[in-house]
Design a protein around this ligand. Sequence first.
Ligand SMILES: C[S@@+](CC[C@H](N)C(=O)[O-])C[C@H]1O[C@@H](n2cnc3c(N)ncnc32)[C@H](O)[C@@H]1O
Length: 357
Amino acid sequence: MKKNRGRTGRKRRRKHLHTFVDGVNCSHKLEYIKLKKWLKDRGFEDSILRPAEFRETGRGLMATKTLQAGDLIISLPEKCLLTTGTVLRSCLGGYIKNWKPPVSPLMALCTFLIAEKHAGQKSPWKPYLDVLPKTYTCPGCWEHDVVTLLPEPLRKKAQEQRTTIHELYLSSKAFFSSLQPLFAEDTGTIFTYSALEWAWCTINTRTIYMKHPQREWFSLEPDVYALAPYLDLLNHSPNVQVKAAFNEQTRSYEIWANSQCKKYGEVFICYGPHDNQRLLLEYGFVAMDNPHSSVYVSSDTLLKYLPPLDKQRKAKLSILKDHDFLENLTFGWDGPSWRLLTALKLLSLGADELFPS
Ligand SMILES: C[S@@+](CC[C@H](N)C(=O)[O-])C[C@H]1O[C@@H](n2cnc3c(N)ncnc32)[C@H](O)[C@@H]1O
């Protein structure tokens, strides 16, 4: 009988494979081949990373060799980055410079993404746009009925996110109309609410932090965004550390490993010490085994346990409200946060302690 031919053999082989390979390499797909070529034309030298599908985290980047602390993970030349500078150099630049009141850096980037997506084959950014997600999972994009199922205070934050995008859309309509000379179609059919929602989520979930000097053509909001093709395929892990910054000498955005990553393992970066509520709101996912996990205590819950006959109830609430202490009250792995403890301490003060004579 031939060895390993049966079901047990197949199972064993699969198990053996899984101990080496965490994800399925998808670098052979046409969209990634085109993206790599596009990046190479802009000076990108192939890195040790490959796009892959992972069971736990979806699409991400896989290491083709073991990475040690101190290794360069990726170096993306300035020419590959999409910033407000890119937008100002495009045909949108003149319109942005002439528009009053000035648009925000975020809005300029959203407009650029929508316009380039609309340009299709004609867009020089097509290979990048083709690998961007078609939809996003941030709560601001969820159906209203689904958002109402969320617990407070997450529900309120999700509704605020939706309102933010909606207000941005309404306040930008006139600016979008001003771009009509650039398009054969009615701008109302190009710069739609769903197009803005997609662009807004693209910026909010994928940009790297890169501070640019304040420019007179933009509003005063900080200009700290850069879209970094390919590098933005890196998923988040709260348990890794990397060094990431724009290197003025090499004129490239570089990421350096601070810990080891095994060959064929997923390479992660850390988006910040975020709890799962923040990850869900800003990036549309939650992280397993998140050391920053916390449970939010809504002000309603807090007030439920405040003695109803407390004569100082109104005064205490007013102090907490004025000092913004009715929000972001949490329990973490180490117990109540300092903010929650402070709020609880104030609520449990006796009348003589609250206003000592
Ligand atoms: C910068 S992109 C990373 C690449 C992304 N997975 C992709 O396919 O384009 C950030 C997005 O990746 C996803 N993501 C990042 N880290 C994740 C994780 N640990 N688990 C699940 N999804 C994650 C979230 O959808 C997030 O908004």
